[in-house]
Write a protein that binds this ligand. Sequence first.
Ligand code: ATP
Ligand code: MG
Ligand code: MG
Ligand code: MG
Length: 469
Amino acid sequence: MSGVNEIRSTFLDYFARNGHEVVPSSPLVPRNDPTLMFTNAGMVQFKNVFTGIEKRPYSRAATAQKCVRAGGKHNDLDNVGYTARHHTFFEMLGNFSFGDYFKDRAIELAWNLVTKEFALPVDRLLVTVYSEDEEAFGLWKRIAGLPDSKIIKIPTSDNFWAMGDTGPCGPCSEIFFDHGDHIPGGPPGSADQDGDRFIEIWNLVFMQFEQVAPGERILLPKPSIDTGMGLERVSAVLQGTHDNYETDLMRALIGVVADLTGVEPTGPRKASHRVIADHLRASAFLVADGVLPSNEGRGYVLRRVMRRAMRHAELLGAREPLMWRLVPALVREMGHAYPELVRAEALITETLRLEETRFRKTLERGLSILEDETRNLGEGQSLRGDVAFTLYDTYGFPLDLTQDALRARGVGVDVEGFNAAMERQREMARAAWAGSGEAATEAVWYAVKEKVGSTEFLGYDAEKAEGVV
Ligand code: ATP
Ligand code: MG
Ligand code: MG
Ligand code: MG
C-alpha cells in the first residue's frame, strides 16, 4: 500500500513521463491575483497563461498544489471534522494543457492513471459530463468503455466552469469513486448527492470557449485543459478507506494528538482530533507562506482556523497550549515535499504557541459564558446575537467558533443580531471620532484602519476571477 507521499510522486512521475513539465506549487497567497483570498485550485498560478497574457516555455504542466478553502467563495471550513472528504488545507494534483492536447487526450490520460497506474476497479468508478457535452459523453464510452449508465449527465453549473464573468470557460467532467452501499449518499446528480458514498476524486475542465460578453461566447482557437484531483481523497481510495482522515498522513497527525491529550480518536470525540489535524496543516502552511494571525483579511481567516482548533484542544482536555507541539510531526510527514515548512518551522511553532497562550486567557471564561447563555436552549433555537458579539469582541471568539461549539446540540446563532451589534459598535467609534479631541484618538485609529486595512486584502466581494477547477 502506498503512502500519501508516494501517491503524489506517482502522479507527478506519470505526467512527467507523458511530456508534462512538473512545476512546483505556488504559494497559498496568490501573487497574481489580489482579489483572491487564498490559492484554492491548481489553475490559479496559470490563470494568465490560460488567458494568453503570459507565456511559459512549456505547453503541458503537472503540479501538486497547496490549496486552502477556508474563506471567500469556496469555504469548506464548516465541513471539516464532519464529512469524510473535506479539509481546509489540501493538495490538488493537476495536469494542464495550454492549447496543447484537449478532451480526448485528457480523458485518456486520466483514465489510464486511475485504472492502470493506480489500478482502481473499473466497476467502482463513474463519471459525470455536462449535459450538453455530447462529445465528452462519446469519448468516455469509446476510451473508457463505460456503459451509458455510468456516464451521468449533469445540467447544472457544477459541470460548467468559468474563470469569471468573462474569459475562458467550458464544460467539465468529474470522476467519482463508489465506496459501497454501506455508506449513505446517492450518486452525483441525485437528490442525496451530499452523502459520502460517491466521492468526487477528479475534475477535468475543458476550456473550450471564451465568454466575451454576457450571453456571448466564442470558441477558443486553442482550447485548454485544467484538472484537479484531491490527493487526500485519492489516497483514501488507494489505501482502502472511505475516509480521508484514515490515510497514513492524517493518522500520523491524529496519533500525536491522541498521545498528547491521552484521548483516543474514536466515538464522538473524533471530530476534535480531525479538526485539530486539519487546522494544524492549514495554519502551518499559511504561516510558512507569510500569513500571520490578525484581525482582518487573510490574517483573520488564519486566526479563526487556529482558534477553532484551540477550542477543540480544550475539548480534549488539553490544559496547556497544544498546537505548537504537533509541528514536528507535520514537518516529519510533509517537510520533504514542502521544504518551506522546514524553513519556517520555528516561526510556525512560535506563532501557534503565542496565539494559543493568548487565547487561553479568555477561552475558559468565554466558554463558561457560552454555557450559561445556552443552558436553556434546545435544538433549533439560537444564541442571542449580542451575546455572540460579546464573545467575539471581549473573549476573542470568532463567530464560526461559537457556531461550531453549538453545532453538536443543534443550537444556532442569531447572525443578524451579531452583525447588528458589530455595526452599532462601529457607529459608536465613528461618533467618537466626530467629537474630536484627545480621547478620540483611538477611535480615529480604528476608523482609519478600517479604511486602509483593505490594502492588505481587497475584499471578498471582488472575488470574481476565482480559480476553481
Ligand atoms: P466537493 O463537491 O466534494 O466539495 P468540489 O467540486 O468543490 O468538491 P473542485 O473544485 O472540483 O472540488 O476541486 C477539484 C478536486 O479537489 C475535487 O475533485 C476533490 O478531489 C478536491 N477537493 C475539493 N475540495 C476539497 C476539500 N475541501 N478537501 C479535500 N479535497 C478537496
Ligand atoms: Mg466543494
Ligand atoms: Mg463537486
Ligand atoms: Mg468538482
